[in-house]
Ligand binder design. Structure first.
Ligand code: FSX
Ligand code: SF4
Ligand code: F3S
Length: 359
């Protein structure tokens, strides 16, 4: 078996300076949502702990989760791959292929029993004959790898809830991984795909504290899934003021108003998009003008239709009448909505007329 280096030693091997190493630890602490004073805990862990062996299984999915992961910016994917973890098996990122990698999978399960982290992307097909990897049933390989892992990270909505492969009519009888394994601690990191830094934050937490992060009732790390998108949304002030986009080409859309009436599921979706944002904090769907489609929630694909106003906040008894929102708090808003509504109707009529003229 290879002698494993500490995470710090691996970083030095990569030519990373002490200064850059400390910067990486600070970024990790921030990603994990730790207090600034806890950065020292992260530094101490990275100086003394060995790189964690990781097996990354790719089941029924679109590879979007891997695509997201390789764009982690805080810390950068290279730091995670080369310093923090020892990625022993991956179908997507592996340079080697065939018997060579498949035998490595067996060797890691054998040699690092109870020590490795299993990252799983995609759902498991229950119907026989679907998804064979290296001539073996992916379901059997998953169960074998899962039973011997220290912890499992269920990466993405497919692994966590079944996702798109489990959507109606679910021809492969796709299942979330939790339906097949009960005894290994499992952390759900849903999203289609999930935010890269959430994955790195979860891995860093396991390395730093030697245990899985605190989870909510659904099995998601609280640090990243404790808020609804709606709670931290950059358009929230417009929701509260009763200012809504009525159609994607109206004046409200240009002004950046709330997207609730065009189907936003932010009020019922738990994820960190509004706080962490995507691509190094650049943006997230709502900021870019697209309603949240609830991609981190169970059955999101069948919970449609998308882009259609919702009468109710699903999963709750709360009905939101957007035309009344903000009225009680601010009497003047009613007039604002009325004017805004009249303008929207006028615009719709104009558009319909214009379309009629063009046809
Ligand atoms: Fe699923 Fe991930 Fe969506 Fe795709 O692998 S969560 S379909 S982004 O890729 O599993
Ligand atoms: Fe943001 Fe959507 Fe909530 Fe509007 S409904 S405030 S766009 S999350
Ligand atoms: Fe998904 Fe909604 Fe975030 S669609 S990416 S959870 S804003």
């Amino acid at each position: 078996m290879k002698k494993q280096k500490t995470i710090y030693e691996s970083a030095l091997d990569q030519g990373i300076s002490r200064r850059s190493f400390l910067k990486m630890c600070t970024a990790l602490a921030a990603t994990m949502g730790l207090d600034f004073s806890q950065t020292n805990d992260v530094v101490a862990a990275m100086e003394t702990k060995k790189r964690v062996p990781v097996l990354w299984l790719q089941l029924q999915d679109c590879t979007g989760c891997s695509e997201s992961f390789i764009r982690s910016t805080h810390p950068k994917t290279e730091s995670v791959l080369f310093d923090m973890i020892s990625l022993e098996y991956t179908e997507v990122l592996s340079a080697a292929s065939g018997v060579q990698v498949e035998s490595n999978l067996d060797a890691v399960i054998e040699n690092y029993k109870g020590e490795y982290i299993l990252a799983v992307e995609g759902s498991v097909p229950e119907n026989a004959g679907y998804l064979m990897i290296g001539g073996k049933s992916a379901k059997d390989t998953f169960i074998r790898a899962a039973e011997n892992a220290k912890a499992i990270i269920s990466y993405g909505s497919c692994a966590s809830w079944g996702g798109i492969p489990a959507a109606y009519p679910n021809p492969t009888k796709a299942k979330p991984i939790t339906k097949l394994i009960k005894n290994t601690p499992t952390i759900l990191v849903p999203g289609c795909p999930p935010i890269a830094e959430v994955m790195t934050g979860v891995i860093a937490h396991i390395i730093t504290f030697g245990e899985i992060p605190e989870l909510d009732a659904a099995g998601r790390p609280k640090a990243f899934y404790r808020h609804r998108i709606h709670d931290k949304c950059n358009r929230r002030a417009y929701f509260d003021a009763g200012l809504f986009v009525e159609s994607f080409d109206d004046e409200g859309a240009k002004q950046g108003y709330c997207l609730y009436k065009v189907g936003c599921k932010g009020p019922s979706t738990y994820n960190s998009c509004a706080e962490m944002r995507w691509n190094g904090g650049t943006s997230y769907p709502i900021q870019s003008g697209n309603p949240c489609i609830g991609c981190s929630e169970s059955n999101f694909w069948d919970n449609g239709p998308f882009f259609t106003r919702r009468a109710k906040v699903p999963g709750t008894q709360i009905s939101i009448n957007p035309d009344k929102v903000g009225v009680a708090a601010l009497g003047v808003t009613a007039a604002g909505i009325a004017v805004h509504g009249a303008a929207t109707i006028a615009k719709k009529k104009y558009d319909e007329k214009k379309r009629g003229e063009e046809e």
